[in-house]
Ligand binder design. Structure first.
Ligand code: NAI
Ligand code: MG
Length: 355
């Protein structure tokens, strides 16, 4: 197949890890006889330096016509001046909104060989395999903000259709997995959560009678995610709750450097990126873990290109590399850790053998 992939390396370790993900996609391309074109564009701090804007129109236009977008990360101390009129993160929010990417999928499946990297006891982590579906373009992050001299407010608003579409996406995913959906809200206090719960209940009853729906309040969810993570399959929740719960969930896997994400809307393209940021503390040192970016490329193959076998192949190659102890410093600690290049090579080696 032919696919047009836009690559947005961004800032900090973004270019280092997206280069690894592109190499993995190129290995798939030659092993399976596909033709992928990779077109690089600017976003974030790199775009501000070159054009003064965090998301240049040319980048958004290229993304709109692409089959998929692979993103690194944006931001860093260079662009963090609170008085700056434009910030790298604005580029990311504008990209998500501009492409209508309302569902952010974050799978968490701790790797057996890397359980020691998690602060959670290994016996609680064995068999954990969950996906958080976070609503990405609504709620309090996008509501009206106001500031008076002695107060401030952020409006949290959700429409029925915004809840319907993300619950539907989560229901489809649950159906393909173990058939269990947990909807997280704060319906004992918030009106938006009462709407969320009503709509989730109706969508599942009408469209997914074959899956089980459970409602969970966000505060106890934060606790259960650590005490009994194995019990969850698909978790769907609103924007801010999802933001917080997914950072918490990343600790089940042990390192941010292991976790991919997909941001999807109704049309194409999806945006695929590691859940981590630009890691300025380790940028340019060649030690960033490329696994989150490579697994994001696997999600791109699966969700945007429909290439399930190829996605499986990349995921298995990553698993084998981890099984063989190919650990970067975020997993290994200060011992015999390897760098980004060697960790990428370990995955590619298994990719060539498998495909
Ligand atoms: P971060 O995710 O960049 O780093 C947190 C910690 O995890 C750091 O110690 C870092 O070295 C480590 N880490 C992250 N990814 C790693 C990898 N692949 N391999 C090894 N270690 C890794 O979060 P932080 O430090 O809060 O933010 C840094 C910058 O990134 C900020 O400007 C922030 O706004 C931005 N950011 C951007 C995101 C995005 O582009 N989607 C998401 C989160 C933060
Ligand atoms: Mg976050």
């Amino acid at each position: 197949m032919h696919a047009d992939i836009v690559v947005l390396p961004g800032d900090g370790i973004g270019p280092e890890v997206t280069a690894a993900a592109v190499e993995a996609l190129q290995a798939v391309e030659s092993a399976y006889g596909h033709r992928f074109s990779f077109n690089e564009h600017l976003i974030g701090g790199a775009a501000i330096d070159a054009t003064g804007e965090a998301l240049p129109q040319s980048t958004l236009d290229a993304c709109r016509t692409a089959d998929a977008v692979l993103l690194g990360a944006v931001g860093g101390p260079k662009w963090s001046d609170p008085k700056a009129s434009v910030r790298p993160e604005q580029g990311l929010l504008a990209l998500r909104k501009g492409l209508g990417l309302y569902a952010n999928l974050r799978p968490v499946k701790p790797h057996p060989a890397a359980l020691g990297a998690s602060p959670i006891k290994p016996h609680l982590l064995n068999g954990v395999d969950l996906v958080v579906v976070r609503e990405l373009t609504g709620g309090i992050y996008f509501g009206r903000k106001q500031r008076a001299s002695d107060s401030a407010s952020d409006l949290c608003e959700y429409s029925v259709s915004e809840v319907e579409r993300v619950v539907r996406r989560a229901g489809q995913l649950a159906r393909q997995r173990r058939g269990h959906l947990t909807s997280v809200d704060k319906a004992n206090v918030l009106e938006t959560s009462r709407l969320w719960r009503e709509v989730a209940t109706r969508v599942v009853a009408d469209e997914f009678p074959d899956i089980t729906l459970e409602h969970q309040l966000v505060d106890s969810m934060a606790m259960h995610l650590l005490s009994r993570p194995r019990e969850y399959d698909v978790i769907v929740t609103e924007n801010m709750f999802g933001d917080i719960l997914t950072d918490e969930a990343s600790m089940l896997a042990g390192s941010m450097g292991l976790l991919p994400s997909a941001s999807l809307g109704d049309g194409k393209p999806g945006v695929y990126e590691p859940i981590h940021g630009s890691a300025p503390d380790i940028a340019g040192r060649g030690i960033a873990n490329p696994v989150a970016a490579i697994l994001s490329a696997a999600m791109l193959l699966r969700h945007s290109l429909g290439l399930d076998d190829e996605a499986d192949c990349v995921e298995q190659a990553v698993s084998q590399a981890l099984d063989s102890g190919a650990f970067t410093a975020d997993i290994q600690g200060s011992g015999a850790a390897i760098g980004t290049r060697a960790a990428t090579a370990a995955v590619l080696e298994n990719l060539q053998v498998r495909c």
